[in-house]
Design a protein around this ligand. Structure first.
Ligand code: MN
Ligand code: MN
Length: 344
């Protein structure tokens, strides 16, 4: 890798939408993982885009800067991802579509603006990987995905909060109630949906399968992932990761941090076991860089987004020119590997 010449501004100069091109991490035009910054959806497998909303936050706003923070932190992931052993963009055509345009002075237009943004992308046949924004954005994103894939969908939801607190106001912008609305409207099926990392009380989670952070700490990532795989089966799944699932030690830069959460390593160990899941859409939400320290929250958000791309890359397979997952490199084995306990 080090003998290839450096390129610059590959967000606009790269010749193809596939592959990883070496560029200084401290310079150049930002796009997610240095993907081409374009609205051209031809031949694209995965569209990364931002939805910079924080009008639905209850506590501290700031997630409107999340997409920019995650993009900035993602530039050092522009190569093979450990321990997958491949670069996801060697296997998938991935672009950065830019951000959904939202008018903060017209909150009643937010929902439909996000639905329209998603409809345009999904009509191309590409899969969406969306960078939030507060968690409300997942509600209109689910509506657009349900239009395309049929409802109800299942969700695999990482969070400190269930986000199923009651709210019968159709017009409310609330990042703690949108899954209540989604269940009520039949967008998601609670019985085949699962929440991981919860550690705030909700007396009625509407039948969604909940694995609290304490359950994960007691039983471990492998058992947690096995539960997830068992619950969702082969149903179409929308994967949504609220960064506050992570403990504030690993993600302080968020609006509603809650102590006692997952470590970054626990979260990755669960995610890496989800290759069998039929993922139809993905997001990473609630990164609020103003409360961050040393960019650790943005870094975790970028890593989670990269892990999501690797899930799709692993599903796609290696083709002829990509290294096999877990392959030995050089004369020494790499003493790390993907989990081998995954359920058939
Ligand atoms: Mn949430
Ligand atoms: Mn949360």
């Amino acid at each position: 890798m080090t003998d290839t010449p450096l390129a610059g501004d590959t967000a606009i100069t790269r010749p193809t939408i596939k592959g990883h091109i070496r560029e200084n991490t401290f310079a150049g035009i930002l796009s997610f993982m240095r993907r081409r910054y374009t609205k051209d959806l031809a031949g694209v497998d995965v569209v990364v885009s931002g939805v910079p909303l924080d009008l639905a936050t209850t506590n501290r706003p700031g997630a409107r800067f999340g997409p920019a923070g995650i993009r900035a932190a993602s530039v050092d992931l522009n190569w093979e991802i450990y321990p997958w052993g491949f670069g996801p963009c060697d296997r998938l055509g991935v672009i950065d579509y830019g951000d959904c345009v939202l008018d903060p002075h017209r909150p009643d237009t937010i929902h439909d603006s996000i639905v329209a943004h998603a409809r345009t992308i999904l009509a191309s046949g590409a899969t969406m990987l969306t960078l939030g924004g507060d968690h409300y954005i997942t509600y209109p994103l689910l509506a657009a995905h349900a239009e395309k894939h049929g409802k109800p969908l299942s969700i695999v939801h990482f969070d400190a909060h269930s986000d199923t607190w009651p709210d019968d106001d159709d017009k409310s912008l609330n990042h703690g109630t949108m899954f209540y609305k989604a269940v009520r409207e039949g967008l998601i099926d609670p019985k085949s949906s699962v929440q991981v990392g919860i550690r705030t009380w909700n007396g009625d989670c509407l039948g969604v399968n909940v694995f609290g952070a304490d359950w994960v700490h007691e039983h471990g990532p492998a058992a947690t992932a096995a539960k997830v795989l068992d619950i969702v089966g082969d149903r179409p799944v929308y994967l949504t990761f609220d960064i506050d699932c992570l403990d504030p030690a690993f993600a302080p830069g968020t609006g509603t941090p809650v102590s006692g959460g997952l470590s970054a390593a626990q979260a990755y160990a669960i995610l890496r076991r989800l290759v069998p899941v039929r993922i139809i859409g993905m997001d990473v939400v609630e990164v609020a860089p103003a409360y961050d320290h040393a960019e650790i929250t943005s870094l975790a958000g970028a890593q989670i987004a990269a892990e999501m791309l690797c899930l799709l890359g692993a599903q796609r397979g290696s083709g002829s020119d990509a290294p096999a997952v877990g392959s030995e490199v050089g004369e020494h084995s790499q003493y790390g590997s993907l989990p081998t306990d995954k359920v058939e």
